[in-house]
Design a protein around this ligand. Sequence first.
Ligand SMILES: [Zn+2]
Length: 97
Amino acid sequence: MIVADVDERFKDAKEVLDEVNIMINRIKRGNNAIGKNLTQYCIYCGKGKYSKKIIPQNYGFNKNNRFDKLLVCDYCGNIQIFVCDVWNETVSKNETI
Ligand SMILES: [Zn+2]
């Protein structure tokens, strides 16, 4: 909300209100905050944390497809997969979403 770059600021109170309502709905739904430097707790077991791992199995994926953001829970092994071009368009441009 407060950024140095003028072009990235909200233009008026309506934009601020819209963003606040989006955040309220995300909190109500229990959505995850996503960010490069945020700890991602496992959505399945709730105990472990996700980390990007290189795993010997490719689970049917190869390096030519769009799925190379593969996070694995360090406690239960739950896997979350992100489509890289979507991730790069959103998460990588924002510190936190
Ligand atoms: Zn887990």
